[in-house]
Design a binder for this molecule. Sequence first.
Ligand SMILES: [Zn+2]
Length: 148
Amino acid sequence: MPIKPENEALYPGGSIRSAEWREIRARIQQRAGNCCEGCGVGNGAIGGRARDGTFLPRLPLGDNGLRLVWPQPGETAWCSDGRRWEKLRIIRIVCTTAHLDHDPAHNDDDNLSFLCQRCHNRHDQTHRRANAVATRRARSAIGDLFEP
Ligand SMILES: [Zn+2]
């Protein structure tokens, strides 16, 4: 989920590109061992997500006589963790730093988590759902004011 401009200003240094925020991000990434703190998948890993959420690394397509040829993100290819094999859409795991309370100004380490797209999205979804309910309630309350 992209960061809204009005929220980006609340980040340390006023931007997600500021030196302050980059330093915090690097610290959290290091704490996490460069892996998602939700599901454990490695940042930058390439593979597919099975229906149950399990990440399976991509398998090489073959070789060109010199080196292995790997499927690229966006392609569909066989993936396996050595126990199960599935043909999946290939993605690259990109972990980002999430604010657990959704407040970009609250940057204590225990409020930050290094999460992959899937875990970050799931975390934000709960927040978005709560916001949507609040927005509908507010709209309906405004509607009540104008009822005859
Ligand atoms: Zn994850």
